[in-house]
Design a protein around this ligand. Structure first.
Ligand code: AHR
Length: 515
């Protein structure tokens, strides 16, 4: 249903529950890429570094961000990675070329250090195995090294390296983006499905309690999208628990209205994968429902990165391009509009809580990241930090689907885009209701009326807004607080909650529930 522009109505019913909110949807991603690890979360010479060389200012920001899981160590990096390089005495760890990112890898951080770092930020590790250039045996060895009880060579090696207790890592990615021609060891869906199926079967034999993620598509624009999921799941269905999804969005050709509608592509992605997975379920006569791990999602100015890479490759005709440690790569600076889109992508993930039960914002520090650092200098929050941190802190309980009446607009890519995007959570124990909303209009303020069927609205507890007169405003090292959340304008009137959403804005409102 539509309303005049500027007057949306949305209602939530506590009996229309999508699913309980799974906190794994607030995951993030740390890859050995650029300055994410080295000169990012790890910088031994930094004034705030702890005994392991981890920056405390960064761990504080990661904690504030509210990250539940961290996917590690890649990404494209994992397809050329030998996990053994990153364990044991640091001085004898090898230096190797990382072909995925044309970088030198020093291996000063490996799984033992990363497991310690994850405890500092109270996050669960989600570990990826290399199925690009390695296979079943290396995956089993890594599993035994990290989770094995004392008494085997590999588990005892971990203990000797300081990991006295097993790390208890439950979630494992079976390779990374194996559908992508850029992936080292790229395969057809059938070849990958067979390898992932054999690896999953062996890993579940070692530990039936693991939760395994098969690689899905690297984007809805991939030529194999849909068919890839079908073939891979046919080979893996009973031994895996998730199919992955990856999606990155950016403004193309200056088309801000289409960019603000990016969540429509994410919804299409989720709908398509869900229906493909359910078809395989039916064909196999399985009683198991496959969930989605949306384990890479974000805004990424990928086209610009690809153009830079192509220019570098064009002049490197004799293969002498320099290999450096922790080059500045993918250090996108995010605008208010990017933060609003990130907020709407997170709304979409939460609204699909019945099937998307794990997700990872890609990535965490310096590399397409909410947190930026300068070597020897400060760490600061990008605009995109705020919708993620506020959603992670304020969403709780069960997810309620919206019934919205709002205007829509057409873009170059989408025929009908609702101006208002929203979702809510309802926490019966804490007696609170939280609504997350985005106004996609470029020029109209939306006075949103929110009704809660079956629930009495009490007072507004917290209300935050991300908006700016300049939708392209950014935070930088010299002006780290140019964009911060401000108090949203709200009121409770005639039993409804009213929220003012300026153009290109994201907001969250928490209300206490009356009797
Ligand atoms: O997050 C950056 C890269 O994006 C990852 O390494 C890869 O998996 C994806 O293509």
């Amino acid at each position: 249903m539509t309303t005049p522009a500027g007057h949306s109505r949305v209602s939530f019913d506590r009996d229309l529950v999508v699913a309980p909110l799974n906190r794994r949807v607030f995951g993030a991603f740390v890859e050995h890429l650029g300055r994410c690890v080295y000169d990012g979360l790890y910088e031994p010479g930094h004034p705030t570094a702890d005994g392991d060389g981890f920056r405390r200012d960064v761990t504080d920001l990661v904690t504030e961000l509210g990250v539940s899981t961290v996917r590690y160590p890649g990404g494209n990096f994992v397809s050329g990675y030998r996990w053994e390089d990153g364990v044991g005495p640091r001085e004898s760890r090898p230096r190797r070329r990382d072909l995925a990112w044309h970088s030198l890898e020093t291996n000063q951080i490996g799984i033992d250090e990363f497991a310690r770092w994850s405890r500092l930020v109270d996050a669960e590790v989600m570990l990826a195995v290399n199925l690009g250039t390695r296979g079943v045996l290396e995956a089993l060895d890594l599993l035994e090294y990290v989770n094995g009880a004392a008494g085997t060579t590999l588990a005892d090696q971990r203990i000797a390296n300081g990991g006295v207790e097993p790390y208890g890592i439950r979630m494992w990615c079976l390779g990374n983006e194996m559908d992508g021609p850029w992936q080292i060891g790229h395969m057809t869906a059938l070849d990958y499905g067979k390898l992932a199926g054999r690896t999953a079967s062996a890993m579940k034999t070692a530990d039936p309690g693991l939760e395994l993620v098969a690689c899905g598509s690297s984007g809805s624009q991939m030529p194999t999208f849909g068919e890839w999921e079908r073939v891979v799941l046919e080979q893996t269905y009973e031994n895996v628990d998730y199919i992955s999804a990856h999606a990155y969005y950016q403004i193309l050709d200056g088309d801000l209205p289409t960019f603000l509608a990016s969540a429509l592509d994410m919804q299409y992605f989720i709908d398509t994968v869900t229906s493909n997975a359910d078809q395989v379920k039916a064909a196999l006569g399985s009683s198991k429902t496959m969930n989605i791990s949306f384990d890479e999602w974000n805004i990424w100015y990928l086209k610009e990165h690809q153009e830079q890479e192509a220019a570098l490759a064009a002049v490197d005709t004799d293969g002498t391009r320099e290999w450096t440690v922790a080059p500045r790569l993918l250090e996108d600076v995010y605008t208010v509009a990017d933060a609003v889109v990130l907020g709407s992508l997170l709304i979409t993930l939460i609204r699909n809580a019945d099937r998307v039960t794990s997700a990872s914002l890609a990535q965490l520090v310096n590399v397409i990241a909410p947190i930026m650092t300068e070597p020897g200098g400060p760490a600061w929050r990008q605009t995109t930090f705020y919708p993620f941190a506020l959603t992670s802190r304020l969403a709780s309980g069960v997810v309620l689907a919206p019934r919205a009446e709002t205007s829509s607009y057409a873009t170059g890519r989408f025929d009908e885009v609702p101006l208002l995007d929203s979702v809510a959570t309802y926490d019966e124990i804490a007696r609170r209701f939280t609504v997350f909303a985005v106004n996609r209009s470029l020029d109209t303020t939306d006075e949103v009326e929110i009704n809660l069927a079956g629930l009495a609205i009490g007072e507004v507890v917290e209300a935050w807004l991300i908006a700016d007169d300049d939708p392209f405003a950014v935070n930088t090292m010299s002006e780290p607080d140019r964009v911060v959340p401000v108090a949203a304008i709200t009121r409770v009137q005639d039993g409804a909650l009213r929220v003012t959403l300026p153009p290109v804005s994201w907001a969250v409102v928490v209300v206490a529930l009356g009797d």
